[in-house]
Design a binder for this molecule. Structure first.
Ligand SMILES: Nc1ncnc2c1ncn2[C@@H]1O[C@H](COP(=O)(O)OP(=O)(O)OP(=O)(O)O)[C@@H](O)[C@H]1O
Length: 233
């Protein structure tokens, strides 16, 4: 079975059909999700992350049904958003990363070792004891990412993770996400240069999938359609 498999999936949010008729099989390691504002990308990411339920159809994420196997799914995936403040919980940087491991019950020493390794990898070791809410926006995003990766997820779902970052930190975050550290990546982004670095892409329009394929082909089609002012639905 594909890592991501959807059949005729719809998501209704209030009075809005945020997604409809989504049928997809995705198995590429890194997948970019592109499309206009309001086309359904974030809803798709939230659906796969088990944060909003499907109102129609069937889906499997890593072979799991997010509606019935939410706890198992949460152990195997990590979700990262553009606003890191929403994801930072604990008073210091090291405590916040350790908090991500609380469900793993690793014991104090093993937790400390995993936290130190992750802080080092994300260039945050020198900030370990700093109050997490005093970090800069870019440092906070690196911390949110560090908290996601310390759990060694099989799938990282990232929704505009570079939106508020300067070019250097955006590049750094992108490199961490795209680096093959044994995880799959589903990346929602308006940054088409970043989308081009993924193995596959999905183009959303009007709440459904307009096209799936090579990022280069899809980006070219998307740019043509944007220039013409008409996207397919
Ligand atoms: N909580 C909500 N209640 C009602 N409608 C919603 C809600 N969240 C999103 N929507 C609607 O669902 C549709 C898809 O929104 P979504 O945020 O998934 O789009 P998007 O492609 O991620 O947009 P953007 O690029 O602007 O972030 C839009 O019409 C939006 O207005």
């Amino acid at each position: 079975m594909s890592a991501l498999r959807l059949r005729d999936v719809g998501v209704r949010l209030g009075d809005v059909d945020a997604l409809h008729d989504v049928t997809l099989d995705l198995d590429a390691r890194t997948v970019a999700v592109i499309g206009e504002n309001g086309s359904g990308k974030s809803t798709f990411a939230r659906l796969l992350g088990g944060l909003v339920p499907a109102s129609a159809g069937e889906l499997r994420v890593l072979g799991l049904d997010p509606a019935r196997q939410a706890a198992e799914l949460r152990k195997r995936i990590a979700v990262v958003f553009s606003n890191p403040d929403a994801q930072i919980i604990m008073p210091t940087v090291a405590e916040d990363v350790a908090f991500s491991l609380r469900a793993d019950r690793l014991g104090r020493e093993a937790t400390a070792a995993r936290v130190a390794e992750a802080l080092d990898r994300f260039g945050l070791a020198a900030l370990a004891d700093r109050p997490s809410h005093d970090l800069s926006g870019g440092q906070k995003q690196l911390l949110a990412l560090c908290g996601a990766f310390v759990r060694r997820p099989e799938l990282v779902i990232a929704d505009e993770p570079t939106a508020y970052l300067d070019a250097r930190n955006a590049r750094r975050v992108a490199d961490h996400l795209l680096e093959d550290a044994g995880h799959r990546l589903l990346l929602v982004t308006h940054d088409l240069a970043l989308a081009a670095r993924c193995d596959a892409a999905v183009l959303f329009a009007g709440g459904t999938v307009a096209a799936v394929g090579e990022p280069g082909d899809l980006i070219a089609a998307y740019e043509r359609l944007l220039a013409e002012g008409s996207l397919p639905c």
